[in-house]
Each structure stands twice: as C-alpha cells, then as structure tokens.
Design a protein around this ligand. Structure first.
Ligand code: HSE
Length: 404
C-alpha cells in the first residue's frame, strides 16, 4: 500500500480526493499498488464530508508519519507550501504539486533535494491543467533540440478573451464567471496580468531547454488593456487575440521569452484554442511541429494531472525520474532585440504620417470606429518600433504584437 497525504482541500485538493475515489480500481492497477489517502490537511473543518475522518490541522502529523510515502501539495502560494514541501522531501517523501508559483520560484532547490534522495518532485499539473506536457518534455521529446514553445497557458484569460470576442461580454462580468467555475487563481490578477502564464512558460522553457529560466526575467503583459474595439479589428483582419507565453531559441545559447496578448492568424495552430482550453505548440529540430491541447484549468482536469504524478511516484518510489531539469541559468536577450510585427491603433493621425515613420504598413479602417485607424508594421526589432512610435505620442491607442 502507498499512503498519501493531500495538503489543502480547496478546488484542486477536493478534486484529487474525488479522482482517487472515482477511479480507484484503475489507478491502483496502473500504480501496481493500493493508493490510500491517509490524511488531508486543511485549517478548516468540513462537517458532513467524509473527508472529516482523515482531516488533520497539524502538518507535523504528516511529516512525522513514516507510513506516508507521497505528499500532494495543492494549497497554492509560496508559504507555507514551500516549507511543507521541503520538509517532506528532507523526510524522504516524494512530492507532487500543482503549484506553479512554487515550482517557478523554488523548483531547482526542490528538484535537487529529490534527486539527492532518489525520490521525486513532480509538477505535471503546474502547466496546462490536464494536458500532459511536462511528462512529454521530460520523457517523450528527448530526441529533440527544442527551439520554440508557445502556448495558451492560462484558461481563465482564454475563456475571457473568447467570451469577449464571441459575445462581446464585459471584462469584469466574465472574470466573475471564470472565478465561479473554479478556473481563476485565488487572486485573479495573477491570471489577467499574465503572472500565471509567466510562471508556466518559465517552467516549460526550463524543461525544454535544460536550463533554469527565472520567471522574474520574463517580460510580462496581461489582457487588462484589451478592449472590444481591439476585438473588432481582429475580426476584420480574420485574426484573433490570445494571451501567449512564448520562448524561442534565437542563436547558440541565446533565447527570448515573453508573455503578452498577440494577434494570431487562422494559420496558427493556436487560433482555434478557445474557451478554457489550453494549447501548447512545441517545435523540435527533428520532430518539427507538435501541439498539445486540452482542458487548461478547473478542478478535475488539474486533479487528473496531479493523480497521474501520484501514480508515477508510486511506480518509482526509489528512483528519480525528472531527468531533463538543470539548475544552470538560462539567459534571455533584451525584449528590445526581439523581432516581430506590431498592430497599432491611432487617432488624430494620417496614413501619410504613419507611412513616413514606418514605411510600408497594412492599413485597417473600421466603419464603426471613425476618427481612428489601425496599421500593422513590417517586421522590425521591438527597440526600433519603440523609437519610431514615439513621434505619434498619445495618439497611439493600442499596440498588440502580431504572431506570424
Ligand atoms: N488560473 C489558472 C488558469 C488555473 O486559469 O489557467 C490553472 O493553472
């Protein structure tokens, strides 16, 4: 028998208990062991819920119990999650987590502790909800030199952008819906400001390129400035607006990474990733293109990924399997050096003026928005764009990057 302890009985924690109870036969068969939930830790009580029988309020009970083999951290946040996880690993217990903030901040140290002890620290649910992207990067795409990962990595914002574009809903009202459905973070600014996607692209890039990418180095912009008017332009162009986390190898040992809203054309494999779904595009030098798609947030998809880690850890109780991770730092080029095209909305300016500054541009006029127009620049470095756009000053209403 493998005894597990679940830290946190919130959305994901209750999902983990539900998944293990619902599919216990097939899970045990796959693990080759009986997976038994010995404890659930939470500060709260849950009268009337059977979990009450195994509920504890004191972490010492779990960390000091030699019968606990695996600790499942689904509390979220850095503290006390970090202290609890570190102590579990030091006590020789494998850990799995859905906590992207924890992995992005303390991943190298926690991974090293697990490696030294031949146990595991796994985090499939930290990126892409139920999509098995971590496992793919760690054990399937090992023949490749990966040179790009671009993903819709946040279910909440994808849901919001989709609703804004299809139903023209108000930002705050859709955010409330996403919260009610259990998609959003406890503090939803982590979703809408792009911080959640930032941590996820940091984790994915670290695994893909075999060097640790510090999330604090990644330029991050959320969706709070996206308006229904921007959506109208996107429609006119036959495009859509998505919040992307992207990183790419640009030279030998040089990379860039960014989180921002992008205009995507219908040619992009991410164009049709709608609603709360996530999609992760990976390019490898021998594989070519691959796309991973699935439920990106929510109780059961996330719990499914957590329980898959429990099964893997039960199968590898004394063998470390996270082999693609290194603590060597990955350095990024400055965002001003990153090349791309830029969609810009301006008011009180003329096409001639814009052409004089930017040369050849694609002009977009909308009948519904008189007094303004938009243009898309040719390919240029972001630094060059910033320099050129200065002379338009406050007449610039919006700038959105274009993903080709
Ligand atoms: N708030 C996150 C999202 C949850 O919306 O994607 C899953 O990580």
């Amino acid at each position: 028998m493998i005894n597990i302890a679940v830290l946190g009985y919130g959305t994901v924690g209750s999902g983990v208990v539900e998944v293990i109870n619902t599919n216990h036969k097939s899970i045990n068969k796959r693990a080759g062991e009986d997976i038994h939930i010995k404890y659930v830790l939470d500060l709260r009580d849950f009268p009337g819920d059977p979990v009450q029988e195994i509920l504890v309020h004191d972490y010492e009970v779990i960390v000091n119990d030699p019968e606990v083999n695996i600790v499942v951290e689904v509390m979220g946040g850095i503290e006390p999650a970090y202290t609890f996880v570190k102590r579990a690993l030091l006590a020789g217990k494998s850990v799995c987590t859905s906590n992207k903030a924890l992995v992005a901040s303390h991943g190298p140290e926690l991974m090293e502790l697990a490696r030294e002890r031949d146990i595991n620290f796994l985090f499939e649910a930290s990126c892409g909800g139920g999509i098995p992207i971590i496992r793919a990067l760690n054990s399937s795409l090992t023949a490749d030199e990966i040179d790009e990962i671009t993903g819709i990595l946040n279910g909440t914002t994808n849901y919001m952008l989709y609703k804004m574009s299809t139903e023209g809903c108000e930002f705050d009202a859709i955010l409330k819906e996403a919260q009610a459905m259990g998609y959003a973070e406890a503090d939803p600014s982590a979703d809408v400001e792009g911080y959640d996607a930032c941590r996820k692209i940091a984790i994915l890039s670290s695994l893909a390129y075999g060097r640790f990418l510090n999330y604090e180095d990644i330029y991050t912009e959320g969706i709070t400035k996206i308006t229904p008017q921007d959506m109208e332009y996107a429609k006119e162009l036959g495009m859509t607006i998505k919040l992307l986390g992207t990183s790419r190898k640009v030279g030998e040992g040089t990379f860039y990474a960014m989180v921002a809203p992008f205009l995507l054309s219908q040619k992009s494999p991410l164009y049709s990733v709608n609603d709360v779904f996530n999609g992760i595009f990976v390019h490898g030098n021998v594989l070519g293109d691959a796309m991973f798609y699935g439920s990106g947030a929510g109780k059961l998809p996330t719990a499914s990924a957590v329980v898959a880690d429990v099964v893997d850890e039960a199968k590898h109780l004394h063998r470390n399997i996270m082999t693609n991770w290194s603590s060597r730092p990955l350095h990024l080029i400055e965002t001003d050096e990153v090349e791309g095209r830029f969609f810009v909305r301006v008011s009180a300016a003329t096409v001639e003026e814009v052409q004089k500054i930017f040369g050849k541009v694609q002009i977009i006029n909308l009948k519904s928005l008189p007094g303004e127009f938009a243009f898309i620049t040719e390919n240029m470095k972001q630094g060059e764009y910033k320099e050129k756009v200065q002379s338009l000053g406050s007449r610039v209403l919006t700038m959105i990057r274009v993903k080709d």
